[in-house]
Design a protein around this ligand. Sequence first.
Ligand code: PML
Length: 273
Amino acid sequence: MPTDTGQDSTGGGMSWVSVRMRATRNGQHVSGAERLVPAVYAVTVSNVLVERARRHASGEPDRIVLTVDRVPHEAVRFAPILAARTVCVESATEGRRAAMERLRSLGVSEKAISSAMDALTHGANPFGGNMRGAMLIDRAMGERLERDHKRGVRVSFVDLTPEGRARFDVCVRGRGDVSRFRDALVLASKVASLPGVVADLCWSDDPAYVAGYVAARDGGYVRYPRLKERGIPFGGRAYFVDAEAFDLEKDIEYLQSAPVLIEVNDPSVFNEF
Ligand code: PML
C-alpha cells in the first residue's frame, strides 16, 4: 500500500492512485470525474471530487460513489497532450460542416461520418438516449465495432501529469472555467495515443454546453464552439478506427484500464486555443 510519502511500501518508486467519482439521482447519472494522482493526494482529490459532485449545476445527487485504486508506479504510461486550436464558427450548422470536412480529410468515409453524426444527433444508445461510453466506428465501412452498443467504450485511468496540470493552469489563466475543455482534451489525448484510432468526434450531451471537437494525432484537437443547438440533450463520442490496425481486445483494454499520464512538454500547444 502507499505510505503517506507516496512511496510504495515495497520499496518501489512513487505510487499513484486512481480516484473515480460517479454521482446519480434517482438512479440517473448526474456527473462523473476522475483523477490519477500521486498517492499523497488521494484524500485531497477525493474531497474535491465529492464537492464537485455535490455542487453540480443540475442539482445535488442522492448517491456519490467514489472508487480509489492504487496504481503501481511501473504500470503508469505516458502520452503527449494534443495541440488544441479553436475554429470559430457562428452556428451549429457551420460547426458540423467544418467538423465533417476535417473528418473527411483524416480519411473517414462519408458512410462512417453520417452514421456517427446521426447517432450523436438522436442519441447513440439503441435503447434510447445517450451512451455512457463512446461508439467505435470502422472508418471505412461505418460499422459499429464495440460489443456492447448500449455502454460503448469508456476511457478511464487518465490524467495530466502534476507538472502538466500546473502548465495548463498557467496557460489558460483568465479564460474562465475551462474544466470541460481540459478533461475532454486529456481523454482525447489518451485516445489519440493509439495508432489504430484515426479520429475522435465529440459534443456534449449537456443541453447547455454546445461546444465539441474533432481530435486526431494528425493535427491535434480542433475545437468548434458550436456543434449543436442549445437545449438539445443528445451528444457523446465516436472513435473512428482503422479496423486493420485496431486490436479490439487489447486496444479497448488500453482505453478503459491502462493508467496513462498526459504530458505537456511544450506549452505552445495551447497558443491557438
Ligand atoms: C462532455 O463534457 O461531455 C464533452 C465536452 C466537450 C468539450 C468541448 C470543448 O469545450 O473543447
